[in-house]
Design a protein around this ligand. Structure first.
Ligand SMILES: C=C1C[C@]23C[C@@]1(O)CC[C@H]2[C@@]12CCC[C@@](C)(C(=O)O1)[C@H]2[C@@H]3C(=O)O
Ligand code: AKG
Ligand code: FE2
Length: 360
């Protein structure tokens, strides 16, 4: 994919309006037409091309989670205990948010240097073409955003649902992380910050709401370009329209992750890849768009407490091989991602020669 410098991105922004009315166009304009979308074939899920589904209530949840994280870097969970009416209310409030007129949504636009707010996906700055989507990032309380969008009497329901969803996700993300660590044969003593986090249930997180309007020429546009998540793990709710695809190797192909009623998708993030010394795989994924259906998703992106240095756990590092990655905090890693995008992980890789040089 073409990548652009800050300067040419500023020019791009000047050439193309920052926000455009997706619903009003009959064809994909040049600003949103991506040249290399069909570098690999897209395949529908079937047989070995089906993303694993793990029932968290089953007795073999730990090995299944472990296998999915190693072999796929993504899985769907059922038996998670998240009430289906909460998922319905989240979807309907997300729909209500994105249905607001553009000028209204822009009142809560993400300002430069900020994580939170309405706008293009932060990774947009790496591409010369625009994506067929809008996003809303909520870090912290939803109230500061809601009061820019609605009158006080109209914002309560949005805030209540987001707060409730974040509480439930915090608990689920903690549980999933615990299962992932157990599957690696780790206990809380092996990771100094994991014990306190389990007690307080306090994994910091960001909630990313995504909207992918119907697109008249879905083969020419992309909803969200291929990326890995800069998290420990991401729990994704997707509405009933499919769009999420993950890259599988040998031969390279994009496999669809179908929306299963009541299931949630879990992506292994880059920080779990680091922590597991590369045993878990942070999956490259993207969102494609649909000709007739508007799609929504909500990604609960969680990482370790800000001060924690994440590094390969000693127990997982073979005596002769050394750690494969340098230690980073979550904020440091997000900074690398903002600068280097999909090369962030490679930028902290320790080569074998470097390790041998250091240990001699
Ligand atoms: C904490 C973060 C992860 C994220 C960048 C962000 O600062 C807030 C939004 C996140 C998101 C969601 C859509 C895809 C993604 C790559 C992006 O552009 O913004 C992720 C970022 C990430 O995981 O690196
Ligand atoms: O909408 C989707 O299916 C993917 C969203 C995603 O990858 C993200 O928000 O990081
Ligand atoms: Fe993602």
């Amino acid at each position: 994919m073409p990548s652009v410098s800050d300067e040419s991105f500023r020019n791009l922004r000047l050439r193309h309006p920052r926000h455009f009315e997706f619903e009003s166009v009959r064809e994909v304009p040049d600003s949103h037409a991506w040249p290399d979308l069909h570098d690999h074939p897209s395949v529908e899920p079937s047989g070995p091309d089906s993303v694993p589904v793990v029932d968290l209530a089953s007795p073999d949840a730990v090995p299944r989670v472990g296998r999915a994280c190693e072999e796929w870097g993504v899985f769907q969970v059922t038996g998670h205990g998240v009430p289906s009416d909460l998922l319905d209310r989240l979807e309907s409030q997300t729909r209500r948010l994105f249905s607001l007129p553009t000028h209204q949504k822009l009142k809560a636009a993400r300002s430069p240097g900020n994580i939170s707010g309405y706008g293009l996906a932060p990774i947009s700055s790496f591409f010369s073409k625009l994506m067929w989507s809008e996003g809303f990032t909520i870090a912290g309380s939803p109230l500061e955003h809601a009061r820019k969008l609605w009158r006080p009497e109209d914002s309560g329901e949005f805030c209540d649902v987001i707060e409730e969803y974040k509480e439930v996700m915090k608990e689920l993300a903690g549980r999933l992380l615990h299962l992932m660590l157990l599957s690696l044969g780790l206990t809380e003593e092996d990771i100094s910050w994991a014990g306190p986090v389990r007690e307080t249930g306090d994994l910091p997180a960001v909630l990313q709401l995504n909207s992918y309007p119907a697109c008249p020429e879905p083969d020419r546009a992309i909803g969200l370009a291929a990326h890995t998540d800069s998290s420990l793990l991401t729990v994704l709710y997707q509405s009933s329209t499919s769009g999420l695809q993950v890259l599988r190797p040998d031969p390279a192909r994009w496999v669809t992750v179908p929306p299963l009623p009541g299931a949630l998708v879990v992506n292994v993030g880059d920080l779990s890849h680091i922590l597991s010394n590369g045993q878990f795989w942070s999956v490259l994924h993207r969102a494609v768009v649909n000709r007739t259906r508007h799609r929504l998703s909500a990604a609960y992106i969680c990482g370790p407490p800000a001060h924690v240095k994440v590094s390969p756990v000693d127990k997982l590092v073979g005596p002769s091989e050394g750690p494969a990655y340098r230690a980073v905090t979550w904020p440091e890693y997000l900074g690398l991602k903002r600068k280097l995008f999909n090369k962030a992980l490679a930028s902290i890789k320790i080569s074998k020669e470097e390790w041998e040089g250091r240990s001699n």
